[in-house]
Design a protein around this ligand. Structure first.
Ligand SMILES: *Cc1c(COP(=O)(O)O)cnc(C)c1O
Length: 371
């Protein structure tokens, strides 16, 4: 079976270094809020080009706590509207509703799967305070235009960069476009811990400071609580694992791009629509291919056929947030573009350890698929 993503193989590449770092942390006797976290935060901020990176427990908390921090800082209040793509992973939207803010769902651009600029413009009201673009599947949303709109309307921008570590446009990386950005280091993400972890990046010192308090019971100083915070910390072992894997991130992205280029140049089947090849267009040349997502009207048949021939695929995502039971109140809203994406997408095997031979097998199977 060609696996969709082989986490064991990925981490095995760095086995010696990871074990050495684990041992170092175990022997240090210091497990939360120490040197490992400080090193990783500094190195990750440097990688993204930002002044600050603040480690938290996971990607969802990175988004929740940023919005929460803006509320504490008086920049947002209950009932403010946040523009977010309807076809995102549900976490982007959970972060909004968890803060008593109102998600305004809008359609994506069907070619890039990312938030549509026209749709943003028509969704802005007097209550709009934030645009929350999601760099879906590893390709940056159209950040130059989004930042221009935000400036014009005095809106904050929170990037959801959970799938886009290292992606860039115009030499500026994911995490360094908006006022803040949430990252996930869930094991399957392009930069993955060996457990849960996340971070916020920002250039705003006041925000960074508030986040550091919020993640730690609202406290900078032991037993002095400034705001009602939570416990959402990135522990020393995970920080140490991430600091090692960060060194190899660019190399892993290069491999993903090589696999993506093979798929793009060799998959030819009239039933299969490939992701838009913006990889060679100057403005999008830095797609990091967290996922390689094709579209086909015969999605379920293609998935079954690939499975029977030894190829594991996944669907990102089968049910859009507005059709989830968790958001019953939106179940009869209609987002045709989003719904058609959810019915037609299929993610092919993609990752830093997939071999070119395996990719060729996937390509041949795709080319021989008939309904
Ligand atoms: C993974 C992901 C998240 C949430 O990250 P966790 O670390 O799993 O909480 C948020 N947004 C998007 C787009 C994601 O893919």
């Amino acid at each position: 079976m060609i696996p969709f993503l082989d986490l064991k193989k990925i981490n095995n590449q760095y086995r010696e270094e990871l074990i050495e770092a684990c041992t170092r942390v175990i022997d240090s006797g210091w497990y939360i809020g120490g040197q490992e976290l400080e090193n990783f935060e500094q190195n990750f901020a440097e990688y993204c080009g930002t002044k600050f990176a603040i480690g938290v427990a996971n990607g969802l908390d990175a988004l929740i706590l940023t919005l929460r921090a803006w509320k504490e800082l008086g920049k947002l209040q209950d009932g403010d509207e946040i523009i977010v793509p309807a076809n995102t992973y549900i976490a982007s939207i959970l972060a909004i509703t968890a803060n008593n803010l109102i998600p305004v769902l809008i359609e994506p651009d069907k070619n890039t799967f990312n938030i549509s600029i026209d749709a943003i413009q028509s969704a802005i009201t007097v209550k709009t305070k934030v645009i929350l673009p999601v760099h879906l599947y590893g390709q940056l949303a159209d950040m130059p235009k989004i930042m221009q709109i935000a400036k014009q309307h005095h809106l904050l921008v929170l990037e959801d960069s959970a799938q886009a570590h290292g992606a860039e446009v115009d030499g500026i990386k994911a995490g360094n476009w908006g006022d803040a950005s949430g990252f996930s280091f869930y094991p399957g993400k392009n930069l993955g811990a060996l457990g849960d972890a996340g971070a916020v990046t920002t250039n705003d010192a006041e925000l960074a400071n508030m986040l550091k308090a919020l993640r730690n019971y609202g406290s900078h100083e032991k037993y002095k609580n400034l705001v009602p915070g939570v416990n959402s910390r990135l522990d020393e072992i995970q920080a140490a694992m991430l600091d090692i894997k960060l060194k190899y991130l660019d190399q892993e992205i290069t491999h993903r791009r090589q696999i993506a280029n093979l798929y793009l140049s060799k998959i030819r089947n009239s039933y299969i629509k490939l992701p838009l090849d913006k990889i060679n267009a100057s403005e999008y040349k830095q797609h990091v291919w967290h996922l390689f997502v094709i579209q086909t009207q015969y999605r379920d048949e293609l998935q079954q056929y690939l499975f029977e021939n030894g190829v594991q695929t996944l669907i990102h995502y089968p049910i859009p947030p507005h059709r989830q039971q968790a958001y019953k109140e939106w179940n009869n809203l209609s987002f045709p573009e989003t719904e058609s994406i959810h019915q037609q997408v299929l993610s092919l095997p993609m990752g830093p350890t997939i071999s070119f031979e395996e990719a060729e097998t996937v390509i041949n199977l795709c080319n021989n698929f008939t309904k």
